[in-house]
Write a protein that binds this ligand. Structure first.
Ligand code: NAG
Ligand code: NAG
Ligand code: NAG
Ligand code: NAG
Ligand code: NAG
Ligand code: NAG
Length: 453
């Protein structure tokens, strides 16, 4: 009888929730006219190169003497675990800081731009690198240093554009944008890893979910000393299950978590947008989401001390609410109550860093932001930040369910899901998903989920 009741209730709940579910946001890929240029989908070179890579003598920008081009070699091993054809693309800045893409023959392609064009101009060079079939590994080599680079992977073709940049009399790169459902590449399933490989700093590569989650990618770096660092990335089919989890969260708390998902024309989930990016075009969403939690935090730390470990010279500093602000010892200014957009974006309102801010302030912003995002300020032990470990992240409600659910679908829990995800208690798991080495030997990227053997 009890079982019957429970299952009847479950069916009723399912029916209710089905009727409450909103349709997924469907993408409608457009043309160059539908591109929205922002600082998130552009790369601005500081030098303009001719199409053969030469920096003209009268270039309006600072000329950089090319360094030796022998040691920037970085072999990439691209493992295709995706059931379908994948194209890779490499974008970035060469050692002179000029805009480049990689050609299948291993040479740089130098995109040019048209000063008289009024819409973004497509890059029509030979810049798509087809990978072998599912189960195969394709080896390519970046023959020279590259910075601000991305290695893109797409189940189809991505469209890259340039616009004229008057500051350098040359091209700015316009990349596919995950946030814009009308972007010319919006109907394609894609993702990227970011990397910088310089003579000074060596290789630094990451998988970032700060803005969106798309095609499942993982990384493994064989370092010069023979050690291996990994960030395994998302489980295969993660996007569909993240969308299902967000839809269910939306039904629980009535917030628009489901609208973070974008689907293709058939309604199949393609990608998930981070709440900060969603809010940039849907300003009224999540309006009261954090209000009570923030009030609770303010009440708690009006009478209790919040200790923030700067993990730097200032050591642990004491913070309390004074008047309307959280104020910390040695900090040049206090923190007003954040809005949801401040919390999800971490670079506005009380979390915007000003040029005049001191080191204590600069250390507290990421730690306080991370604490709001992970909702650790009111949990037991939350009066020391960072203090509680990853198992206490996202255990209080409200929280950043995008970040929480994305981390659940990472094979090893690593990969930035928000800007300050590298804030962790010293010695605890570093959730950032970065691999770095001064003498990289080979960077392996797996596409479509990790290899099972
Ligand atoms: C690049 O320059 C354009 C204007 O030419 C600007 O809109 C865009 O925000 C810049 N991108 C970055 C990353 O600063
Ligand atoms: C690149 O092209 C310019 C202009 O055509 C030419 O002067 C220069 O010698 C070329 N550089 C190389 C390395 O081929
Ligand atoms: C550089 O010189 C070339 C040919 O001498 C000219 O066409 C071009 O406009 C000049 N560029 C700048 C930025 O002055
Ligand atoms: C990831 O790496 C790129 C390239 O090195 C860097 O510009 C970017 O800030 C990194 N992202 C995060 C979230 O640290
Ligand atoms: C919260 O997470 C979002 C991603 O969902 C990220 O963009 C933002 O920087 C994070 N905010 C804070 C306060 O850490
Ligand atoms: C986590 O790793 C990133 C990248 O290597 C680094 O910048 C950050 O400082 C690390 N965080 C901690 C707490 O070790």
């Amino acid at each position: 009888m009890r079982g019957f009741l429970v299952s009847t209730l479950a069916i009723a709940a399912t029916l209710l929730s089905t009727s409450a579910a909103r349709p997924l946001v469907k993408v409608h890929p457009g043309t160059a006219n539908d591109i929205v240029i922002t600082n998130k989908n552009t790369v601005n070179a500081t030098t303009t190169a001719l199409s053969n890579g030469t920096i003209p003598a009268n270039s309006s920008t600072v000329q950089i003497t090319p360094r030796s081009s022998t040691s920037g070699r970085l072999p990439l091993s691209l493992v295709n675990n995706f059931a379908g054809n994948i194209n890779a693309y490499v974008t970035g800045l060469d050692k002179n800081n000029a805009l480049v893409m990689l050609q299948p023959d291993g040479n740089w392609y130098y995109p040019q731009s048209d000063p008289s064009a009024t819409t973004p101009q497509p890059i029509n060079g030979n810049v798509g690198i087809p990978l072998g079939a599912q189960g195969s590994t394709t080896s390519i080599t970046l023959t020279d240093y590259i910075s601000a680079a991305r290695v893109w992977f797409a189940a189809g073709e991505l469209k890259f554009f340039t616009v004229w940049n008057p500051a350098t009399n040359g091209p700015s790169l316009v990349e596919p944008s995950a946030v814009n459902p009308s972007d010319p590449s919006a109907g394609v399933n894609w993702g990227f890893v970011e990397l910088t490989n310089t003579a000074e700093g060596g290789l630094y590569a990451n998988i970032s979910y700060v803005d969106f989650v798309g095609l499942a990618l993982g990384m493994s770096l064989l370092s010069g000393d023979g050690s291996i660092q990994t960030a395994l990335g998302l489980q295969p089919k993660a996007v569909a299950s993240i969308c299902a989890a967000l839809a269910s969260q939306g039904q629980t708390d009535g917030q628009e978590w489901d609208n973070l998902c974008q689907a293709d024309e058939n309604g199949d989930p393609l990608r998930v947008i981070a709440p900060s990016d969603f809010l940039s075009t849907n300003a009224e969403s999540f309006a009261e989401y954090y209000t009570e939690y923030i009030d609770e935090v303010w009440t708690q730390y009006a009478t209790n001390t919040l200790s923030i470990d700067t993990q730097a010279a200032a050591g642990t500093v004491a913070c309390t609410v004074q008047g309307s602000l959280i104020t910390c010892a040695g900090d040049n200014r206090g923190y007003a109550k954040p809005t949801p957009s401040d919390i999800f974006g971490c670079n506005s309102g009380p979390f915007a860093i000003a040029g005049t801010d001191n080191d204590v302030h600069r250390a507290i912003v990421p730690r306080l932001c991370a604490a709001f995002n992970r909702s650790t300020l009111t949990v037991s032990g939350g009066d020391l930040q960072p203090g509680v470990g990853a198992k206490s992240y996202y255990t209080a409600n409200p929280t950043n369910w995008y970040s929480a659910i994305v981390h659940q679908h990472e094979v090893d829990g690593k990969g930035y899901a928000f800007a300050y995800d590298d804030v962790n208690p010293s010695g605890d798991i570093n959730q950032s998903g970065v691999v770095a080495d001064a003498n990289p030997t080979v960077l392996t990227v797996t596409i479509g989920g990790p290899s099972t053997s």
